[in-house]
Write a protein that binds this ligand. Structure first.
Ligand SMILES: [Zn+2]
Length: 333
């Protein structure tokens, strides 16, 4: 009896052990299959992870994607390059100033990145001097470039590699002797008032090559280079790209904003001034004009258009004592 009791006690004590042994057996069985199961579970984790955040890096073409399983990956975006084949973009024309005249302006994105230089494509300032007159509204018309004073006969150099699109001394409006160079990033640079043109349409040019000599042809009151930068036919302030006084390019990668095509928008503006420039452009687009008739006076015109004489003077850059000419156009709004 004592022996039987002992046996029962022994069995009770050993039961957890036996059970443990049983568990161990299951565990080891699992262990044998582990490599297969492990591989499966890892794959499942990758497929199921969810991107929870995107972090922008200093390099605007590289982001870091964070996943909910605490892993991360680089995400790279295509970088702009310099590809000379893009010069002939379907709007290539060596006969006219206005190659992009029917280009749909709406299709230009709000921002476009333009690579200006790389290891094999350089830059040279067209003419190094202090800017005499900048990109702005000037004497009742937009001045869509910068004026760089020089002596007649001074060398004018092409800013970037490209192909000469236009080289002409006639039908160039006020530009006189003009050379237009198309660059592979889509930019065009204009070199006006030249005394001599030294490049022909279709000619490939390298940055720094002399393409003409400075002069005073066309609508010009003295020898200077009128230099413009345009994208799809739209002019923007060249000083955004180039520090003319120091002969330096401001940056290799330039972000061109559609807002820059506004004649009131120029390099060095604060955010507040940029907003004012936008408002100015809107006001200008809503401008109304009146043709002066016989017997008109400023006060009569003002009252007829619900405005004041001082506002008329401000809008037209005139004095209240100005003598009006019949047929003259005055801005009234
Ligand atoms: Zn000019």
């Amino acid at each position: 009896m004592k022996k039987i009791l002992f046996l029962i006690l022994f069995l009770i004590a050993a039961l957890p052990c036996l059970a443990q042994t049983d568990n161990d057996a299951v565990y080891f069985e699992d262990d044998d299959e582990e490599p297969v199961e492990e591989a499966d579970s890892t794959q499942t984790v990758i497929e199921l992870r969810t991107a929870i955040d995107t972090i922008h890096t200093k390099d605007k073409y590289t982001d870091v994607i964070l996943f909910d399983n605490q892993t991360w990956e680089y995400l790279t975006h295509p970088r702009p390059g310099i590809d000379s084949t893009s010069i002939y973009d379907g709007w290539w024309n060596t006969e006219t100033l206005h190659a992009y005249i029917s280009y749909p302006k709406d299709s230009i994105p709000a921002e476009v990145d333009l690579l200006l230089v790389d290891e094999t494509h350089g830059f040279k300032v067209p003419y190094q001097t202090k800017v005499h007159s900048g990109f702005k509204w000037r004497r009742r018309r937009p001045h869509t470039g910068v004026d760089l004073p020089l002596d007649t006969g001074d060398s004018v150099r092409v800013a970037f590699d490209g192909v000469v699109r236009l080289s002409s001394g006639s039908r160039t409006g006020g530009y006189g002797n003009l050379i237009v160079v198309r660059h592979s990033n889509g930019l065009e640079t204009y070199y006006g008032h030249l005394s001599k043109r030294l490049a022909i349409p279709g000619e490939p040019v390298k940055a720094g090559e002399v393409i003409g000599l400075g002069g005073s042809t066309g609508r010009s009151t003295g020898p200077h280079l009128h230099f413009e930068t345009r994208y799809k036919g739209q002019a923007f302030d060249p000083e955004r790209l180039i520090d003319f006084e120091n002969g330096a390019l401001r940056q290799a990668l330039f972000t061109l904003k559609k807002d820059y095509f506004n004649i009131y928008s120029h390099y060095g503006q604060t955010e507040k001034q940029e907003a004012e420039a936008k408002a100015q452009a809107v006001a200008a687009s809503q401008a109304q004009y009146y043709k002066v008739r016989s017997g008109d006076t400023l006060s009569r015109i003002a009252s007829r258009h619900g405005t004041t004489v001082s506002r008329l003077c401000q809008l037209n850059g005139i004095k209240s004592t100005k003598i009006l000419r019949v047929g003259e156009r005055l801005r009234v709004r």
